[in-house]
Design a protein around this ligand. Structure first.
Ligand SMILES: [Zn+2]
Ligand SMILES: [Zn+2]
Length: 167
């Protein structure tokens, strides 16, 4: 299985061929500072293995996906983030700028300007929270979800009530 692809900025960063500010790394994930931070803290958690985007995360990568999520807690601890005012999520294709899966960790949310609030709008069809990812994985473990289906999912009463109590 190919784990590194040429001409991928994040693969180069992971293998130290390109510069970055690494906050954390282990055998599975690497966490870097976003070069264009949306708030005081803005980190990207990358799987060391190349995966194009959230849509292509399939059930084979369940363990890796869990590692990405548990890294949020490691980063929060390391950088002193208050998770109640922290936003995490994935850009859904075609709205991802770099084609190497990355989980955004942004804190505090109140510092986002209007434009960034739009780009990182939780549970829009372009920025998908970890909670919605959880639902998508149940609905379609192969993750072959297009934007039309995503819109339908976000509009269901089940998802709406599921999201009601979150920030
Ligand atoms: Zn890559
Ligand atoms: Zn992104």
């Amino acid at each position: 299985m190919e784990t590194h692809i040429n001409n991928c900025t994040f693969c180069d960063i992971i293998s130290n061929k390109a510069p970055s500010e690494k906050i954390y790394e282990d055998d599975y994930v690497t966490c870097i500072k976003d070069i264009n931070p949306a708030s005081t803290h803005h980190y990207l958690i990358l799987p060391n293995k190349h995966i194009n985007n959230a849509k292509e995360l399939c059930s084979i990568d369940d363990e890796l996906y869990d590692r990405i999520l548990s890294t949020v807690d490691i980063i929060a601890e390391k950088q002193g983030l208050d998770l109640t005012i922290t936003r995490t999520g994935f850009h859904w294709p075609p709205f991802n700028t770099i084609s190497h899966l990355h989980l955004h960790v942004i804190s505090p949310i109140c510092n986002l300007n209007l434009f960034k609030k739009f780009i990182f709008k939780p549970n829009s069809y372009w920025f998908v929270s970890v909670r919605i990812m959880h639902i998508l994985k149940i609905i379609n473990p192969l993750f072959q979800i297009d934007l039309k289906l995503m819109n339908i999912v976000l509009q269901t009463d089940y998802v709406k009530s599921y999201l009601k109590n979150r920030k």
